[in-house]
Design a protein around this ligand. Sequence first.
Ligand code: HEC
Ligand code: HEC
Length: 427
Amino acid sequence: MSKSLNLFVPAIGVTTLALGLAYGLSSRDYGAQTIETLETRVQQTEENVARAIAEAQAAAEEAARLQAERDQLEQLAAEAAMSGSDLTAPAPVIEGKYGLGRTALPEEIAAWDVDVLPDGRGLPVGQGDVFTGEEVFVDQCASCHGDFAEGVGNWPVLAGGFDTLANEDPVKTVGSYWPHLSTAWDYINRSMPFGAAGTLTPDETYAIVAYILYSNDLVDDDFVLSNENFTEVEMYNSDGFVVDDRPELEYAEWQAEPCMVNCKETVEITMRATFLDVTPEGGGDSVMNDATTSDSPVFSASASAEPTEESAAVEETGGVDPALVAAGESAFRQCKSCHQVGENASNRTGPALNGILGHTIGAVDGFRYSDVFQEANAAGEVWDAENLAAFLADPRGSMAGTKMSFRGVRDEADITALIAYLQSFEE
Ligand code: HEC
Ligand code: HEC
């Protein structure tokens, strides 16, 4: 009603304006008439505003009334829920942190509480025999699981598979794998037939479970399963699982105070994870595998025992720049996880590097080198500043297949320094 009035008023306004204009033009008193017409319009607008305000007030009152009505309904619902009388009442508002939900009713809990435990708790009263089970199974389950529970296509197999559990590809079925019969009852009752869960009666479920036992040769064809004899059924794999007793036996041990007495005096970092190639390349002969083999039998490559003439010559290089050697020492930190130099240096993940310049490649006593190193050794190749620089810059690029799992030294100045440093150690 008020809306159509609203539409009507401007229409009158426009008409008045048009009439006014016509009159004004005809009377030639154009200005005065126009002002009069505009005054009329202003007055009409004011009326419209007053009406709109009144309407807004009415709407607010209506909203308040509805809110009050809602509050009342909610209170009634809350009272109804407290008395537990009406399960279909809408969930009322609740105290509690988020003001959501309410405490479940005993009836609701009972409806969800369908689990059946290995000791038979939760089983409803009922029974079913193998023959009835076969009928129900063929009717409701066989389309997926096969007439004899052998499985159709890729649907799960429910029978057989005995003695395959230790195989690489074990056939785990209710018969071969499941340790408790209650799991079969519970699972079928809860979730099968696939897509129509919850439609089986307790007796049908007993009968089906009896039939699955029969399909697994665990019972005879005259067997009747019931809530009474349920726990007497022996499952094939009942001893195949162990109870997880780690919380009692192991966790306690780990939570004990760590022993902090009689500790070693020094802590030495022997390896850094970044250098470890956790995934071996190619033949699987990684630094990891090699880390413990420095004491293993010497691989005697043919040339390893022969001292080379050049070695003596190059090694005599004296007078290397001390600053360069110092820089080399600090750059050598990235090699230390695998190589030792100096007095008592021994083979670690990599060979000891004393006197390496001018030395035959791959010839440090007692170190087991990669094939590519053994080949270079057999060919009598010798380390000089040039090939060593190339090797340090890109170990795998220059000696394809090397065991030195190291990304390489980027900075050329570091390489020069490293070589100077290595040169400062005589064999
Ligand atoms: C439409 C196909 C279909 C029908 C019909 C069907 N099932 Fe299943 N069944 C499945 C699928 C799929 C799974 C695997 C479900 C999963 O892993 O989540 C399954 C799993 C099972 C399992 C567990 C197998 C295991 O080793 O994990 C049992 C027991 C079972 N069904 C019994 C039945 C019974 C009894 C019926 C008849 C009342 C039935 N099923 C009807 C498809 C079906
Ligand atoms: C992750 C361990 C590791 C790191 C880090 C490493 N190396 Fe090696 N290095 C090796 C191994 C292993 C070999 C033996 C290579 C083979 O047999 O393929 C080797 C071989 C060498 C050789 C040749 C030795 C010989 O007897 O012929 C030199 C020289 C060398 N490394 C220098 C360095 C220098 C300098 C650094 C630091 C910039 C370095 N390595 C960093 C493991 C490492």
